[in-house]
Ligand binder design. Structure first.
Ligand code: PMP
Length: 440
């Protein structure tokens, strides 16, 4: 008998490539905010290929740009000049905050962060880098070492020259302080980390404005402002990883803009080209000019990915998707907060724009990854796709394409409400804390 696709995957693909759900879904195609499996079942996609399908599956404008470029030339290498790369560099310089100007293109977020660290080390002449706990930077040896979650290091150890400071994860801080005071305490911890655990001069601090894989832990504005000042005080550059938060996701063009902080280096990937492989690192002229090679990323600046990114940016601009992320994000947030009032298993709701998370807990904030897994099965049965995250596996990440409609947001909220009701039906121990909402 012929082996099933899932059995063949088990045989030929390493087990590190994990899937969601007890019975993984085998997908066939997508359109807008929907994915379709091989049996034609339609799923409402509220995770968008992990925040990558920013302007919807099979977006016709992006696809047209890709096909037109494919028919001209697929690949060149940067040994020759192609207009699309230069155009995208210009476009990034315009759309990013401050005077970020010079870009280097790669094919992934991991490489974008690798580049950023190398740039910072070359520009400052210092070596040490401070990352944050609960961060995620990618899957190369360096990026795994920057990552502040052992679960994403595959048992491999870190590299010298990288230390981790405390992230302002207020919900899990068990601190009697207010959120603002706790943000100040974490900023002090960063300074203390630099003074005690580095050479005293640093190349960079790297952070995500909202820690994506960490479970959408949203760093307070006042913390980010203090981090920028502390980084510069010790000779370092501020690297802001916008791989998840970039290009409208949070209701502004970039996540860091909520805090009014101007980075020295920014990194991008994921949603930038609506699913085509891309990574980018942009720096100020002063920093970029010191990134002297020769260096080459074979697929960096690939004309097809460059054209996909240019078209994606056009769609975001022309269709007002940053504003849509803000408005649809506000309804999503409101709906999640209403569910939280009804179902105390939702310990925390956080995020910005179309990047919202819930943390499932039992009493005393005990992480409940088992309940998340069960909730996932119930949402799958109702054809809604969402994401998991967090060091404890108990965060639910919700991030639909930026093109999502109000009706789709309400449908997703309705399904999550039904799935929560089912969870409470199955778990008597959760019920004493059930609060009957007076909302209809
Ligand atoms: N930085 C962040 C914030 C990410 O979320 C990711 C991917 N999850 C990366 C970097 C690495 O990107 P890639 O998987 O494209 O290498």
């Amino acid at each position: 008998m012929e082996k099933s696709l899932l059995d063949r995957k088990k045989q030929y693909i390493v087990p590190g490539v994990s899937t969601y759900y007890e019975e993984p879904i085998i997908m066939e195609h997508g359109s807008g905010c929907y994915l379709y499996d091989i049996d034609g079942r339609e799923y409402l996609d509220f995770f968008g290929g992990i925040l990558t399908v920013s302007v919807g599956h099979a977006n016709s404008k992006v696809n047209t740009a890709i096909i037109e470029q494919l028919q001209k030339v697929t690949h060149l290498s940067t040994l020759y000049v192609h207009e699309a790369m230069v155009k995208l560099g210009e476009r990034l310089a315009k759309v990013t905050p401050g005077d970020l100007e010079m870009s280097f293109f790669t094919s992934s977020g991991t490489e974008a962060n690798e580049t950023a660290i190398a740039m910072a080390r070359m520009a400052t002449g210092y070596y040490d880098v401070v990352a944050l706990r609960h961060s995620y930077s990618g899957r190369s040896a360096l990026a795994m070492a920057l990552t502040g979650q052992s679960s994403w290091r595959m048992g491999l150890s870190g590299t010298p020259g990288i230390v981790h400071a405390r992230n302002p994860y207020y919900y899990r801080s068990h601190s009697p302080l207010s959120m603002d005071e706790y943000a100040d305490e974490c900023a002090r911890d960063l300074e203390e980390t630099i003074v005690t655990s580095t050479s005293g001069r640093i190349a960079a601090v790297i952070l995500e404005p909202i820690q994506g894989v960490g479970g959408f832990i949203t760093l307070p504005d006042s913390y980010l402002q203090q981090v920028a000042a502390i980084t510069h005080k010790y000779g370092g550059l501020l690297i802001v990883d916008e791989v998840q938060t970039g290009f409208g996701r949070t209701g502004k063009w970039f996540g860091i803009e909520h805090a009014g902080v101007i980075p020295d280096i920014m990194t991008f990937a994921k949603g930038m080209a609506n699913g085509m492989p891309i990574g980018a690192t942009i720096a100020t002229r002063a920093v970029g000019e010191k990134y002297i090679g020769p260096t080459i990323a074979t697929f960096g600046g690939n004309p097809v990915s460059m054209c996909a990114a240019l078209a994606t940016l056009d769609v975001i601009e022309q269709e007002g998707l940053v504003e849509n992320a803000q408005n649809r994000g506000a309804s999503l947030r409101q709906g999640l907060e209403a569910l939280q009032k009804q179902y105390p298993v939702i310990g925390d709701v956080r995020g910005r724009g179309l990047m919202q998370a819930m943390e499932f807990v039992r009493t005393e904030k005990e992480p409940a990854p088992d309940l998340v897994a069960e909730f996932f099965e119930y949402t799958k049965e109702r054809h809604l796709l969402i994401g998991k995250g967090g060091l404890y596996g108990n965060a639910i990440r919700i991030a639909p394409p930026l093109t999502v409609s109000e009706e789709q947001v309400q449908t997703a909220l309705h399904i999550m409400g039904e799935a929560l009701a089912k969870l409470y039906e199955q778990h008597e121990e959760l019920r004493p804390s059930l609060v009957v909402s007076d909302a209809s």
